[in-house]
Design a protein around this ligand. Structure first.
Ligand code: ZN
Length: 188
């Protein structure tokens, strides 16, 4: 699977922002290209009968993207071209997160959010506009991945909750969170 970082025009950003987003994207790149995760994706694609060459390119975007309603986007998939884009959280979000949960949790969250987003977008290659099916399957597959890698499992459940259900600021959402709360984290 070809994964590369998509460097955008960063001139209009402050040095702090540029430094932060470059670091974030290189961290996400490493999380996505890690052999254990790649092995998992091969297995998932095979199980779903998604041809590996249907995935033309995966771009790790350096800058975040927001919808018109202000919600952040985790990933996008151009199903016709087989191109997937993975977006970061904003600097502001990460600062708040780090203050609340610490640096290690932030790294754990950022890496796994990108993994969950890639799983989700890959499934769109098969189920195209069937968002409901994609969401259910993506959540299941992500859970399988965390189970297969016990090094992750101590924090995995709480991070799973964050990625799929909860909102970082404000009160925690229930485990069986609605699609609405999931959408808040931009996993569409
Ligand atoms: Zn989706």
């Amino acid at each position: 699977m070809r994964i590369n970082t998509d460097y955008e025009k960063l001139e209009s950003f402050s040095r702090n922002h540029v430094k932060f987003y470059l670091k974030y994207s290189s961290f996400v790149f490493r999380a996505l290209t890690k052999p254990s995760f790649q092995k998992f994706l091969h297995w998932m694609l095979k199980k779903e009968k998604i041809e590996e060459h249907a995935v033309r390119a995966v771009h790790v975007k350096v800058l975040p993207l927001r919808r018109k309603n202000g919600k952040g986007i985790a990933g996008k998939c151009d199903t016709a071209r087989g191109r997937i884009q993975i977006y970061p959280k904003t600097l502001k979000f990460c600062q708040v997160f780090k203050q609340k949960f610490g640096r290690n949790s932030l790294l754990f969250y950022a890496g796994n959010r990108a993994r969950a987003a890639l799983i989700h977008e890959l499934l769109h290659l098969k189920y195209s506009a069937d968002e409901k099916t994609v969401r259910i399957l993506a959540e299941n597959y992500f859970f399988i991945f965390t189970q297969k890698h016990p090094a992750q499992s101590s924090k995995a459940l709480s991070i799973c909750k964050m990625i799929f259900n909860a909102k970082v600021s404000g009160k925690p959402a229930p485990l069986s969170g609605s699609t609405e709360s999931r959408a808040r984290l931009g996993l569409n």
